[in-house]
Design a binder for this molecule. Sequence first.
Ligand code: NZQ
Ligand code: ZN
Length: 380
Amino acid sequence: MENFTAFNPTTLHFGNNILPTLGITLKQYGNRVLLVYGKGSVKKSGLYDRIMNGLKMEGFEVCEYGGIKSNPVIEDVDAAAAIGRQHNVDVILAVGGGSVIDSSKIIAVTIPVQNPGWDFFTGKATASKAIPLVAVLTLAATGTEMNPFAVVSNHALGQKSAFGSPLTFPKHSFLDPGLTLTVPRDYTAFGIADLVAHCFEAWFGIGEPTLTDRFVISIVKEAMEYGPKLLGDLTNYEYRAKIMFAATMALNGMTMYGRSTGDWGVHSAGHCLSLLYDVPHGASLTIVYPAWMRHFKPQMGKRISQLGTALFDEPLSADQSIDRIEAFFKSLGCPVRLSEMNIPDTSKQNLLESMIHSKVSGGHVKMKEEDYRELIGLYF
Ligand code: NZQ
Ligand code: ZN
C-alpha cells in the first residue's frame, strides 16, 4: 500500500426534496449570488424557476450566466467571471451537470484576479482565493460535486485540460436524485460509463491497496447491477439514487486511498475525441477503454484479468475480461468504436496530431507516439 493523504471538505446533502435548505446554506456566504447553468435543461424542467423564485423570496440579489455547453469552453468561464466580478458576488450557485460545475470552479478562482481563466491551466496563475461555490447537481456522472477537479476546453489552443486545487472543492453540493429523472437515456448511459471508468482509472494506478480495491469493485458492481435497471426505467427514483451515489463515490478520493496515482491515460486520450469531435465524455471513454486494455495487455494483463474476475465473479483471462467489459458498455447503448459516432477513419491523422499536441499519457502506463497509432487503429 502506498502513502496517502485523505482530504475532502465538501458538505454533501443527498436525498429527496433537499432544496428548501439551499437558501440557508447560501446565506452563510453573503447575499449576492452568481447563478450558473447550462444550455436549457434547467429551464425546461422548471428547476430554474424554482430556484430563482426561492432566491428572490429570500432576498438574494441574483445575477446569472446561462449557456454553458457540454464539454465546456474557456470563453464561457471568462464571460461568467466578468459578470461575477462586476456584481461583486459573494457566492456562486452552479446548477447543472459536470460541465456547469467544472466551469463554476474556474469562475470561482478567476473572479478574484485579473487573469483569464486559462492561466490556471497553464500555471501562469495559482489559485490563492476563491469565491465559495455551492452546487446543485442535475446529472450523475463526473463526481465533480465532491472533488476539486475542473475540465475545460480551449479550442484556440487545441486543448482540453484539467485543473484542481484545494480551493476548488464545492463548499456544499445538493444531490437530489429526483432532479436527474429528466436526463435522457444517452446521457444517463454515458454517466454510468463515466463512473465505471473513474473506478478503472483508480484500479490501473500505482498501488494495490486491497481495501480500496474492494471499494472500487463495489462501486462498479453497483453500476453494473443498477445501471441496466435504470436504463429500463428512467424515472425510477431509487435507481437514480443508486447511480447518483455511486458516481459521487467513484471520484471523491476514496478510490485513491493507498495509491500514489491513478492512471488517467484513457481520460487523457478521450479528451482528444471530445475536443475534436465533441464526443460526449462518457462515450469517449467507452471507445477508448477497450482499445487501451487490448493495446496495453502485455503490460497490464494480470491486473485486467483480476478486474474481470472480481467484477464477473468467475475466473477470466485478460482477453475474456476485456470482451465482457466491452459487452457491458455496449449493453448500456454506449459506442465502443469511433465509427459508431459517424467519424470517418480519415480523421486518424488529426487525432494523432491532437494526441501528440496534448501529450496524452497515463500516470502509471506511459504512452508514446507508437502507442497513439496503435490505439487509434483500435478505435475504428
Ligand atoms: O446544458 P443543459 O441544457 O443543462 O443539458 C445538459 C447537457 O446537454 C444535459 N443535462 C444535465 N442535467 C440534465 C440534463 N438534461 C436533462 N435533465 C437534466 N437533469 O446533459 C448534457 C450533458 O451535461 P454535462 O454537464 O456536459 O455532462 P457531464 O455531467 O457528464 O459532464 C461532462 C463534463 O465533465 C468533465 C468532462 O470532461 C466533460 O467536460 N469531467 C469532469 C470531471 C471532474 N470534474 O471531476 C471528471 C470527469 O472525468 C470528466 O472529465
Ligand atoms: Zn470521466
